[in-house]
Design a protein around this ligand. Sequence first.
Ligand SMILES: *Cc1c(COP(=O)(O)O)cnc(C)c1O
Length: 263
Amino acid sequence: MTSHIDPLLTLSPEDTERFGPDPQAAFRVNLAAVEARIAAACARAGRDRSSVRLLPITKTVPAHILRLAHAAGVHPFGENKIQEAMGKRDALQDLPIDWCIVGHLQSNKAKYLARFAREFHALDSAKLAELLDKRLEIEDRVLDVYIQVNTSDEDTKYGLHPDDLPSFIETLGRYSRLKPRGLMTLALLNADMEKVRPCFDLLRRLRDEAIKLNPCLTELSMGMSGDFEEAIEEGSNVVRVGQAIFGKRPTPDGHYWPGLLKP
Ligand SMILES: *Cc1c(COP(=O)(O)O)cnc(C)c1O
């Protein structure tokens, strides 16, 4: 007995090696496990479950496999790279999917993002904000944005320095098509949670200040497969989880986060 939604779909040997013989069933099980861990973390922190949103991260998962994920209840989809997101969006246009971009965007790609993204979690420059606002105007769309902050004090390229946040928030007030929702960070990629937690704690304190400048900046987008429970305990509202749902990625993480990988 199989639960595949597309009877014509045949999985390649690579697919079954990476996602198992029945990816849809596997995703359902993994999703339930992640949900249970989110609920338990909320309970530990004395928080309401509804205060935390799960944003599944689908990067490197091929479009035909994402069909099965969607049928298993995985939604919305968060992608790191805009080109990859566009390809999947074209392949899955028949499905009602909200696309969220969570990775650094080059300014010359702003026009693509403006066409279809629902949320952008890596806003980190005034130049990009201006370009996005212009392009959104042309598309007659709005975009929920999260300001990316560098909380790990590493020499990574991405994210605003905490000191630059107040003036950046003020600048954002000029752009009517951008809807600031909160702050986002990538914590230090480290198995030692005593080094990870301070990143989350810092983002929460920055949010508490940011909200005084713009009352819409209520959300904290922080926590991934390796640290989302700690992030929830530290106040996260959006956890961006990939591998705990889809299994291990074939690509090394340094591909996405230059500078963040430290032994
Ligand atoms: C890939 C990615 C995640 C999810 O990482 P996992 O280890 O797969 O949970 C979260 N945030 C960003 C920005 C990512 O690129």
